[in-house]
Design a protein around this ligand. Structure first.
Ligand SMILES: Cc1cc2nc3c(=O)[nH]c(=O)nc-3n(C[C@H](O)[C@H](O)[C@H](O)COP(=O)(O)OP(=O)(O)OC[C@H]3O[C@@H](n4cnc5c(N)ncnc54)[C@H](O)[C@@H]3O)c2cc1C
Length: 495
């Protein structure tokens, strides 16, 4: 992703070499994305039909959270903003007029109906579902804002696709092992030493070596700050399960709370990616694998499990001297809101924003590092909120989640949301991808809506809001009737 994006930006002004080992594999997971990913493909000039069939890709309208509030319950967290009626967002009106948490997502969010009915976000002629509506769901043009959907894809296939794409545009691709890294007298990286291709010199080195952080942590010794005190899930086990072509394809990621963590289910075109994210304080790898197999593939003991130890946290700085870490080498929070690839995309965009020239003005790196840290710290807070707010308290893991420390600032915010739902100026204050609506949807869905509605609404005429609830129901019925199933649309796209 980094190589193709840099090449697309700077064309022949910058020469880009990717060094990638055949011996050291990739992490082998990372299949659900965040809705800004669309801008990445658009930037490369790629339409869905150009890349989706090569990457087993499908659509993601949001995340279905099951068993988080209580075993047996679920709700959707879609990529959809909440409409404003008479100066108040619809969630406030819902709290005033209804307040039954079971009804929240279907009352206020149109995309929940599409998820429930496994619908594609596109009509068979390729047009977006929003063409059937008279409302905006997200802004399709702005770089920083969310689009109404994201994708599921096979990250290995995407890497292969982008390798071909990049090489065709002049990226040099070297398959070899980096065995040594040489530095100059200032301590800056001068060149990489490889087994078969000799020395590879460079001006700027982008460390994409995953959790190893070969250059940033290994060579430059930048400290990695762990988040395990507030986000204790430090392991995962994953399975690749063949998809049943006779079944509907869900246009969402599922995050199902389990005894010592949660299980992801990501439907791709021909298989389902699934994995159990857990804390080794509460579960060992063998038990986690058994739980996952029971849940996802009880009749396929032959499938190979991929056990992963996760490094949760971020580098103090992701740009140090002439090295910029992007991807797992920079930072990672657990994959609950599918933000790993979003961090990568954000890192690349910021690298372009602050790209250095031969003067290497240190202010560029300072600004870059601040931007990266803010995004990762914001998502960390958002995820910690998931565990604080989750209603579940039935196992030692979920009990412990309630008494764990929270990042500075979040405790105060949580307290304020006991009276009023999150607003743009009461959420984590810097750009982190998520907006006030995301915080509200999660807080309510997890069972922590304020006990009382906003008092002002008692003095207002509710007829506008009631008409909006009725319009959402009507529009949802129309969309479900007119949109094709996700599998039907995606199968056509894949030819
Ligand atoms: C359990 C789990 C679930 C995840 N789920 C999601 C998700 O749903 N959505 C999402 O957006 N993100 C997710 N992520 C994050 C996502 O997987 C990563 O952000 C993404 O795959 C990119 O990884 P990477 O390229 O940074 O590292 P890796 O995939 O580890 O790649 C490292 C690369 O460095 C190379 N390398 C290492 N050492 C050397 C060497 N000495 N010489 C040459 N090459 C070398 C390797 O060959 C490899 O190509 C998840 C991560 C985990 C751990």
């Amino acid at each position: 992703m980094t190589a193709t994006y840099l090449k697309q930006t700077f064309r022949d002004e910058v020469s880009v070499t990717v060094v990638e080992s055949e011996r050291v594999g990739t992490v082998g997971v990372g299949e659900a994305t965040f809705s800004t990913i669309r801008h990445f493909f658009a930037y490369l000039g790629l339409e869905e039909r150009d890349w989706m069939p090569s990457c087993a890709a499908s659509y993601k309208l949001g995340i279905r959270y099951a068993n988080w509030r209580e075993v047996g319950t679920y709700f959707y967290h879609p990529f959809e903003r909440l409409p404003v009626l008479d100066g108040f967002t619809l969630d406030d009106w819902w709290l005033h007029l209804d307040g039954d948490v079971e009804n929240f997502d279907t009352s206020c969010l149109l995309l929940s109906a599409l998820c429930e009915a496994n619908r594609s976000p596109r009509l068979l002629d390729g047009s977006l579902f929003t063409t059937l509506l008279d409302r905006e769901i997200g802004n399709a043009n702005e770089q920083r804002t969310q689009f109404p959907y994201a994708y599921h894809f096979d990250a290995d296939l995407l890497a292969k696709f982008l390798t071909t794409f990049g090489v065709e545009r002049g990226v040099r691709h070297v398959v070899d092992d980096v065995v040594e890294v040489r530095r100059d007298e200032r301590g800056w990286i001068d060149h990489l030493v490889t087994t078969e291709h000799g020395d590879i010199p460079g001006d700027l080195f982008v460390d994409c070596t995953g959790f190893r952080g070969l250059l940033i942590n290994g060579v430059l010794e930048e400290p990695f700050e762990s988040f395990e005190d507030v986000l204790p899930n430090n392991r995962a086990v994953a399975l690749r399960v063949p998809a049943d072509p006779g079944r509907e394809m869900a246009p969402y990621t599922s995050a199902t709370a389990a005894e010592a963590g949660w299980i992801w289910t990501i439907p791709l075109y021909e298989r389902v990616g699934t994995g159990y994210v857990y804390s080794d304080e509460f579960c060992d790898p063998a038990e986690a694998e058994r739980t996952l197999r029971r849940f996802a593939a009880p009749d396929r003991p032959d499938l190979e499990a991929n056990h992963i130890r996760m490094r949760i946290g971020r580098n103090r700085n992701s740009w140090v001297k002439n090295c910029v870490a992007i991807g797992l080498s920079s930072g990672f929070v657990e994959p609950l809101e599918s933000t790993g690839i979003f961090f990568i995309q954000h890192g690349i965009e910021q690298l372009v924003n602050y790209f250095p020239d031969r003067d290497w003005d240190p202010a560029l790196a300072v600004r870059y590092n601040r931007s990266i840290a803010e995004v990762i710290d914001g998502v960390k807070e958002f995820l910690v909120m998931h565990y604080c707010a989750a209603g579940r308290e039935d196992t030692p893991y979920w009990k412990a989640a309630k008494s764990r420390a929270v990042p500075e600032g979040l405790a105060e915010r949580l307290e304020s949301w006991r009276t009023l739902l999150p607003e743009p100026d009461t959420i984590y204050p810097r750009f982190h991808g998520f907006e006030a609506y995301n915080w509200k949807v999660m807080l309510i869905g997890l069972g922590k809506a304020p006990a009382r509605p906003r008092p002002a609404l008692a003095g207002l005429d509710p007829s506008g809001a009631m008409a909006e609830f009725a319009a959402i129901r009507r529009q949802a019925e129309r969309l479900v009737a007119e949109l094709p199933g996700c599998r039907e649309y995606v199968s056509r796209l894949h030819g």
